[in-house]
Design a binder for this molecule. Structure first.
Ligand code: NDP
Length: 244
């Protein structure tokens, strides 16, 4: 893959993915989008001329047209090979007796509505990349959308209840992933949902068993192996398939 875009790239898993791509991958253009650039992300951009930072609050719908044109200029004729909808939020401790409307709507807006609207806006660039590589099989040499989901969005694996805002928003993102995979099949754009594992970030907390680098290396190894039969499926960072 020549061109990659990752949302929420200033910290946590997003930053980890940018680091990985600048150091270990032959990607030609890496676009990091974030609300506020962190010192670490700025340093990476100073060190790598492949990396471009574009400002994006994923819930700022009015900015999508302008941001899409900035991304189009950045990737040029190659189009966009890989979009990772990574930016996300969670509201913890939301038992049925306590959950609030604002928490449900906030998680849904960032975790579900935003990835749908950004993908919608970037389809022409994904299509361009897919067409530019039409002799390659479906996958990261053509065009891929990865929606960063969570095992907490799996209905099958929910045996503990609670977490209403986060679970519902990620389950809805999973539903969107399936629809995108069907709708974009004719353009040969692969779409999959990814669970990064339980990872030590601000969101995952200090007790999470997995470090960012291991999760990120696993996710990219998995993404690079995806083929046509994997579109519309839900994977864990280590490549194993998860139930919806
Ligand atoms: P962090 O809380 O560490 O980082 C979240 C990122 O999302 C930040 O860059 C944040 O930016 C960004 N973000 C949130 N809201 C917006 C917005 N409106 N516009 C733009 N960016 C926004 O989380 P992780 O890195 O751990 O999580 C990344 C993804 O992985 C999420 O989708 C999460 O649900 C998923 N995930 C994480 C797991 C874990 O164990 N860590 C487990 C399962 C899934 P800002 O700094 O501006 O707030």
């Amino acid at each position: 893959m020549k061109t990659v875009l990752i949302t929420g790239a200033n910290r946590g898993l997003g930053l980890g993915m940018i680091k990985y791509l600048t150091k270990f991958n032959n990607t030609e253009k890496i676009i990091a989008t974030c609300r506020k650039t962190s010192e670490e992300l700025s340093l990476l951009a100073q060190e790598s001329n492949k990396l471009q930072i574009i400002s994006l609050d994923v819930t700022d719908w009015n900015s999508l047209k302008d941001v899409t044109s900035q991304i189009g200029n950045a990737v040029g004729a190659s189009g966009l090979n890989l979009l990772i909808n990574n930016a996300g939020v969670t509201t913890k401790f939301t038992k049925l007796s306590l959950v609030k409307v604002e928490q449900l709507l906030d998680n849904l807006t960032v975790n579900t509505v935003a990835p749908i609207m950004l993908t919608q806006s970037l389809v022409p660039l994904l299509k361009q990349a897919s067409e530019a590589n039409n002799s390659a099989p479906m996958g990261s040499d053509r065009a891929v959308v990865i929606n960063m989901s969570s095992i907490l969005g799996s209905i099958t694996q929910n045996d503990q209840g609670g977490f209403y805002p986060y679970r519902c928003s990620k389950a809805a993102l999973n539903a969107a992933t399936k629809s995108m995979s069907i709708d974009l099949k004719k353009e040969h754009i692969l779409v999959a949902a990814m669970h990064p594992g339980w990872v030590r970030t601000d969101m995952g907390g200090k007790n999470a068993p997995l470090d960012v680098d291991s999760s990120v290396a696993g996710m990219f190894a998995t993404i690079q192996k995806l083929g046509e039969a994997d579109s519309g499926k839900f994977f864990q960072y280590d490549g194993s398939e998860l139930p919806w």
